[in-house]
Design a protein around this ligand. Structure first.
Ligand code: NAD
Length: 475
């Protein structure tokens, strides 16, 4: 763990193992921090806030630029750590490191653009000015599926704004966090500005984040259930929160779209990170008239995908995070098949060539999916593409919006009017129109409804770490 500028063990000396999900072997172990450790980290961040919040925007920016440079120089090592610990293919891991580094660069720049305002006052002898101030000490909780970019997406804007931070990474991927904190240390951040507490007992740390009066803000990325619980705790103490939660993205292919092009898009975005992405399509609505050519192309592409250890060449499907994830996928697929879905391919674990030692599931396509199936409502977080058909625009819009989630949605159509109608009517925070990757450090990422509160990335991302302060001056 990294607390107050020092690498340290847990106070009780305990550690927990980190497992490679591709083969079940123990890669390493990390300190198993608890309440006392996180309190020490929060105290260190509170002390560091006194000076860090007074550093100039240019000073804060310089640290972020430096960390960005070190991160890029270490891209290959970081990617290999990620593949070994999290399982995604090396090429995808490299892409994620780049995406993660982009946040350091973007917020190195944004740090210098925290502008204020002057407002005409009602009295002649009065002046109003508005400034933006850092909220204070931030508690951050990150997931395992994007173990580096989810971390920089929080740390970079927090530091740019002048906040200090205590981060708790997911228990499945602490090594990526350790590697990133070595970079922050090398960039020369003052002691206590960033602190890392690893643990196998996240509830104990979450409890401290929401109850400790020194924490001003909680930022969380993970499941909707845990997010709601933490938001309730934070509300009891009126702490600021940002919540990046689950999703259930509709992917809509209209009859005027090219079914082959759309199927190619689905094959790329659905199986990215083995389906373990919050913006992964979870209901693929294809117009009835083009569903067969769509399925044919999707099947051809999925058939070519090879599961395996992400360090090997040619592997495009890595393991799932653990046995619980496989069980969830199996339950959803069985339920769909029992209720009449058609299995186009997959539908089983991958066992050959020693893959049974890891947590692999074959890329799967289900056709004839209906609204009574679990997969129609529950986030899958696995490599299953459920395909449904529709007949007209109003019907598909209503169905697409019929979910408690509101993170990402995708639409394929060459009709500009229809594209605008869908963009404006879909109740989702991120909408890809003929585009499967509507994300970048410069763009606001986040969801509506039970997919969360607030945005990360873009200029919106830094506002989450700022308080607005009004000065009324009588002159
Ligand atoms: P999770 O909620 O189980 O875990 C996420 C993080 O929360 C981990 O660090 C975990 O240790 C921690 N956690 C678990 N219980 C906690 C508690 N009681 N108190 C404090 N922290 C606790 O989710 P997961 O299964 O690891 O991650 C996948 C979920 O994250 C999916 O639902 C996915 O959609 C979502 N996600 C959302 C985004 C986004 O930007 N919206 C990005 C990535 C993942």
């Amino acid at each position: 763990m990294f607390i107050n500028g020092q690498w340290c063990e847990a106070k009780d000396g305990s550690r927990f193992d980190v497992i490679n999900p591709a083969n079940g072997t123990v890669i390493d172990s990390v300190p198993d921090g608890g309440k006392e450790d996180v309190i020490e980290a929060i105290d260190a961040a509170t002390e560091a806030f006194k000076t860090w919040s007074k550093a100039t925007a240019y000073q804060r920016s310089a640290f972020l630029y430096k960390a960005h440079g070190i991160m890029l120089a270490r891209k290959e090592d970081l990617a290999r750590t990620m593949t070994t610990e999290q399982g995604k293919p090396l090429k995808a891991a490299r892409n994620e490191v780049q995406y993660g580094a982009d946040f350091l660069l973007w917020y190195a720049e944004e740090a210098k653009r925290i502008y204020g305002e002057t407002i005409p006052a009602p009295r002649g002898d009065q002046r109003f000015i508005v400034q933006q101030h850092p909220v204070g000490v931030v508690g951050a909780v990150t997931p395992w599926n994007y173990p580096i970019s989810m971390l920089t997406r929080k740390i970079a804007p927090a530091l740019a704004a002048g906040c200090t931070i205590v981060l708790k990474p997911a228990e499945a991927t602490p090594l990526c966090a350790v590697a990133m904190f070595k970079i922050f240390e090398e960039a020369g951040l003052p002691a206590g500005v960033v602190n890392l507490v690893t643990t196998s007992n996240p509830a104990a740390i979450g409890e401290e984040f929401v109850s400790n009066p020194k924490i001003a803000k909680l930022t969380f990325t993970g499941s909707t259930n845990v997010g709601k619980m933490l938001a309730q705790g934070a509300a009891a103490n009126m702490k600021r929160v940002s919540m990046e939660l689950g999703g259930h993205a509709p992917f809509i292919v209209f009859d005027d779209a090219d079914p082959e092009h759309a199927a190619k898009g689905v094959s790329l975005v659905k199986f990215l990170n083995t389906g373990q992405a919050c913006i992964s399509p979870n209901r693929i609505f294809v117009h009835k008239s083009i569903v067969e050519p769509f399925l044919e192309t999707l099947h051809t592409r999925v058939h070519r995908m090879r599961g395996g250890n992400g360090l090997e060449d040619g592997v495009s499907i890595g393991p799932l995070v653990g046995p619980g994830a496989i069980e969830k996928v199996e339950r959803q697929v069985k339920d769909a098949l029992d209720k009449g879905a058609r299995l186009i391919c997959g539908g089983h674990r991958l066992m050959d060539n020693d893959l049974d030692k890891g947590f692999f599931y074959a890329p799967t396509i289900l056709a004839d999916v209906t609204e009574d199936m679990l997969i129609y409502r529950e986030e899958t977080f696995g490599p299953v593409a459920p395909v449904l058909t529709f007949e007209n625009e109003e019907e598909v819009l209503e169905k697409a919006n019929d979910t408690n989630y509101g993170l990402a949605a995708y639409v394929y159509t060459p009709n500009i009017g229809r594209a605008f109608r869908m963009f404006e009517s879909l109740k989702f925070g991120i909408i890809g129109i003929n585009d499967i990757n509507p994300t970048a450090a410069a763009a606001p990422f986040g969801g509506m409804k039970e997919s969360g509160l607030g945005r990360e990335g873009g200029h919106e991302g830094i506002a989450e770490y700022l308080e607005t302060k009004l000065g009324g001056f009588s002159i």
